[in-house]
Design a protein around this ligand. Structure first.
Ligand SMILES: Nc1ncnc2c1ncn2[C@@H]1O[C@H](COP(=O)(O)OP(=O)(O)OP(=O)(O)O)[C@@H](O)[C@H]1O
Length: 949
């Protein structure tokens, strides 16, 4: 049964919340970097960072293979020392195996400047950006400590980071310190236009009007209308004009440019011709560029699309629906709703209050009641608006009412996240919210010990938080683990998970979960595209989109800095190493690229000197820039898929604690990460997709705070810039001008560093080669000594090998390219047909044509009919066969399905929620039924190396 709204927390047979002093006392003081060293062998050599690693999420399985090999080595070492390995039977045993435990207390002696700000008791959580309904909050940092980190502390995976640091330090000491520009004073700020932007709009306009940035966003080769310029004093007008542009322009803008991205990877980011350096191939980085996916949903829906969506999505309950029409409505609803009015149980209310969550955010106010009622949800709200708690709170509340006892121990909830860091953060949020409840969480992500995860899974933790690759590994290889008991499936950053890279894994997971589960999807850029969602076999989901689609946080200021290529003599004033006169677009781009580092460093030395995340396109660039920052004496860390898990977490932790001022990251860090106090996000370049831009800039201005995003915009970023202008209120957009002499001097400094950067890279390379050789030697020795033992172990089966993954990626890339090509053709056709027409006429003609085309197939009528039927009131909590909602069937078929649904509903109407699923399972099926394959406790163990395609 779904939890009733008027129950008392004490009744219903629920156990009293776990308020044992030990548990409650432990959690709040638990150090956030509580590394637990496992018995991973020190002898096994360094856990080498991936050489050609694909992006996180997709890299999982390759890493898993490596880890498997490592774990085997662990066993070998244990055997060598006479230890007899037994499978751990319970947690206590597991703990006794973990002999060395090291707890590192976070250094709270020197809180970062932002931490100091955050403890301000008067801070107001301004949800709406206008101070109207501010909630107070003393938000605490999530506990990111994890068990099973490999090679902690003494191991050589730390070695790489330490080595780069050492090399840099050694070099810095050996030469005179490089003089950097002074951090900007108030007066200096005037030079850059920022002060003018904020304090004197008119002056700013003059600055903007004086440069050619004003027309930049609009100068598009494909543009048919160039008539409206961004003239001085016309900011509002020009933004309005951009917003009013036709939808086909938008489609193009959103698409991004895959090929360009790949090509850009070829350019040496630091302008070095003799690259040498890292041996990484640029192609490998493209996964992190995540350029495959494309969001084609336009804001303007056709009638057919509307009808299709109306048929697919369930209507929201009248109680919440009446208030949802405007953001004012959201505001009013959220103001009325309190956590206690949502009838949450006492332990949960207690943890919410501990976290200073006094009032639900709009997305929480909308989501919680529906999620408690067991509805499937497709939810979207702007970055930093509290989506994690929006699904975690109802999950915990429902779990609080689960049947308890040893027999009932089951893994009932699965939360999937696309990256390990995000999963770890989610795990932290879950643990913090469930602090006073007897609910167990298990984190299953790559890069952490498989064995300790296996042991934890055996205890059937109620909530599993996982990345897809590692989860599948467990379903295939961990004894007696299956997803048979999952009753709630959540996908955080669901639109990312729906992208091609995750397709096979997602299908496998969906197939393994019971059909009667509740499914909830969340993202700041959530799609409501039916075609994409159909794959997830949702059950008449409710669509909850709280903020306007593709919007940014209300207190985010977006600045753009133009990066100029060598397109004419006028450019010479802006850069020192300009190839003046170069006319080809590729050389223009190359010079553009050579400007970026100087612009970035000018920003980071003069204006944004701490709490800055810098997003770049490739792992290689992230690493190079990190070296440059280090050589200049700036404290910077890097975060990308070429690092070991430990290095990744360490980089995050150092940044969180203010030990480093800059975090140079790939898009691995662009989604979901909630790092308190990030004041500035710098986009070294525009990402390939607008969604990616939204996620990146969403790392600041979270939870009602202020924040700033600065983006370097080159020629090829024009469309994306246009999109950003179109989607943002004019007062949030600024143009930053950096004095050319500052950039010139920085470029000169960087030019002088080029050689040193190469030398550092070379030293690193040699060091790496040496360690690799050592590792191989060690492996060989082990193999000779323990050959029999090693060969006698059962082989793990893999869902996909690295090659399979690469092949899948190529297929989806080819599909994507084909789709883009056909779209482009369509757009070109459209342009011909509409040539000379006004925008209004063009739009109405397009609409007419579309409707006519659909009419001729009879689809419109059918869709509208099914939409009407779908809107008929239904009894709450009746599961509907998933197949029926995957397509829009004929009306006859739908009627038949509906009547059978009702029968199923009658049969199981008393068994919604956990009881319902349990009941159905005990009776051996029913409407909520089990997955087709794999009986109770039975494991599907496909033949070695078998693939599911
Ligand atoms: N009800 C609340 N009151 C106060 N603070 C809250 C509340 N709910 C969430 N927060 C805070 O808001 C911040 C952002 O939350 P969260 O990370 O869940 O955002 P999100 O919407 O998932 O963002 P993203 O789209 O970037 O993943 C967190 O620091 C969290 O502590």
């Amino acid at each position: 049964m779904p939890p009733k709204t008027s129950r008392s927390p004490a009744k219903g047979g629920s156990r009293p919340p776990n308020t044992k002093p030990s548990a409650s006392a432990r959690s709040p003081t638990k150090p956030s970097d509580d590394f637990v060293m496992t018995l991973d062998s020190d002898d096994e050599g360094p856990s080498e960072p991936l050489e050609d690693g694909p992006e996180d999420g997709e890299e999982e399985e390759e890493e898993e293979e490596e880890e498997d090999a490592e774990e085997k080595e662990e066993d070998t070492q244990a055997a060598k020392h006479g230890e007899v390995k037994k499978p751990p039977k319970h947690k206590a045993q597991l703990k006794s195996r973990e002999k060395i435990r090291e707890e590192v207390k976070p250094s709270k002696k020197n809180p970062s400047p932002t931490e100091a700000i955050d403890i301000n008791k008067d801070f107001e959580f301004d949800l709406y950006g206008d101070g109207s309904t501010a909630l107070s909050t003393h938000h605490q940092e999530w506990d990111m400590s994890v068990k099973g980190l490999k090679n902690a502390s003494t191991s050589s995976s730390v070695h790489r980071l330490a080595t780069v640091d050492d090399i840099i330090e050694k070099r810095r000491k050996a030469r005179p310190e490089i003089r950097l520009p002074q951090p900007e004073s108030d007066q200096d700020g005037f030079e850059e236009g920022e002060q003018m932007s904020e304090d004197d709009e008119d002056e700013d306009e003059e600055e903007v009007g004086g440069g050619d940035f004003t027309n930049f966003a609009e100068e598009s080769e494909d543009e048919e209308e160039n008539e409206e310029s961004f003239g001085a004093g016309a900011r509002a007008k020009r933004i309005a004009a951009v917003r009013a542009e036709s939808s086909d322009d938008e489609e193009e803008s959103e698409r991004g440019d895959d090929d360009d991205e790949d090509e850009e990877e070829e350019l040496d980011p630091l302008g070095s011709d003799d690259q040498g350096g890292d041996d990484g191939q640029e192609g490998e980085d493209s996964e992190e560029d995540s350029s495959d996916g494309s969001d084609q949903d336009s804001d303007e829906e056709t009638e057919v699309e509307k009808a299709r969506k109306a048929a697919y999505f369930a209507a929201e309950e009248p109680k919440t629906k009446s208030k949802k029409s405007s953001s004012k409505g959201e505001e009013a609803l959220s103001q009325q709703v309190t956590f206690s009015s949502l009838s949450l149980s006492r332990p949960l209310l207690r943890s919410l209050s501990t976290l200073s969550f006094h009032q639900p955010t709009p997305i929480q106010a909308r989501t919680i009641p529906l999620a408690l009622a067991g509805k499937d949800l497709v939810a979207g709200a702007v970055t930093g608006s509290g989506k994690t708690a929006a699904f975690m709170i109802p999950i915990l509340e429902r779990l609080n009412w689960r049947p308890k006892g040893a027999e009932e121990a089951k893994s009932r909830v699965l939360v999937l996240a696309p990256t390990r860091e995000l999963a770890i953060q989610c795990f932290g949020v879950g643990k913090a919210l469930g602090k006073f409840m007897d609910i167990r969480f298990c984190l299953c992500v790559g890069g952490l010990s498989l064995k300790s995860q296996e042991a934890e899974l055996k205890l059937r933790p109620e909530v599993i938080i996982a990345t897809p690759g590692r989860l599948i590994d467990h379903t295939r290889n961990s004894q007696s683990f299956s997803l048979d008991d999952i009753e709630i499936l959540v996908m955080d950053e669901a639109d990312r998970m729906l992208e091609d890279g995750f397709a096979d894994e997602l299908n496998e997971i969906i197939r393994s979960c019971p059909k009667g589960r509740q499914t909830m999807l969340f993202s700041a850029t959530m799609t409501d595209d039916v075609e994409q969602l159909v794959r997830l076999s949702l059950r008449r989901p409710v669509r909850l989109f709280v903020d306007p689609k593709r919007s940014t946080a209300k207190k985010l200021i977006q600045e753009f800095v133009r990066v100029r290529g060598a397109t004419g003599n006028s450019q010479a004033e802006d850069g020192p190493s300009q190839a003046v006169g170069a006319s080809s677009s590729s050389s223009a781009r190359k010079t553009e690229e050579s400007h970026r580092p100087a612009l970035l460093l000018s920003l980071c030395t003069r204006t944004f000197t701490s709490q800055v995340i810098i997003f770049v396109r490739s792992k290689k660039l992230a690493h190079q820039l990190r070296i440059v920052f280090g050589l200049l004496g700036l404290k910077a860390g890097e975060l990308h898929g070429d690092l070991s898990q430990e290095q990744r977490l360490e980089a995050l932790q150092s940044f969180r604690e203010g030990k480093t001022d800059f975090l140079i990251a790939t898009d691995l860090a662009s989604r979901g990460l909630d790092i308190r106090g990030v004041q500035t996000v710098i986009n070294y370049d525009m990402p390939g997709q607008f969604e990616q831009y939204l996620h990146r800039v969403g790392r600041t201005a979270r939870a009602g705070r202020n924040g700033r995003a600065v983006t370097l915009v080159g020629e090829s970023d024009r469309k994306m810039l246009k999109m950003a202008l179109k989607k943002s209120p004019p007062e949030q957009v600024k143009h930053r001008l950096i004095p050319s002499e500052v950039v010139a001097s920085m470029a000169e400094t960087l030019e002088g560093l080029k050689e040193e950067v190469q030398q550092v890279l070379q030293e690193e390379k040699e060091d790496k080669a040496l360690r690799q050789a050592e590792m191989e030697l060690k492996k060989g020795e082990n193999m000779i000594e323990h050959r029999e033992e090693i060969l006698s172990r059962p082989k793990r089966t893999w869902f996909q090998t690295g090659q399979d993954k690469e092949a899948a990626k190529n297929v989806s890339k080819a599909e994507y390219a084909a789709k883009m090509e056909s779209l482009k053709r369509k757009t070109d056709d459209k342009k011909d047909r509409f040539a000379g027409m006004s925008r209004k006429k063009k739009r109405s003609k397009m609409m007419r044509e579309e409707v006519e085309a659909e009419n001729s197939q009879g689809a419109t009528d059918a869709a509208i009919r099914s939409a009407k039927k779908a809107l008929r009131p239904k009894v709450l909590g009746i599961p509907e066969p998933r197949n029926s909602i995957n397509k829009l069937p004929s009306s006859k078929k739908r009627n038949k399905q509906r009547s059978s649904t009702n029968k199923v509903g009658k049969r199981s109407s008393s068994s919604s929620g956990f009881e319902r699923d349990l009941g159905e399972r005990r009776s051996g099926g029913g409407g909520g039924g089990k997955k087709a394959s794999g009986g109770p406790g039975g494991k599907r163990r496909p033949a070695k190396g078998s693939q599911r395609r």
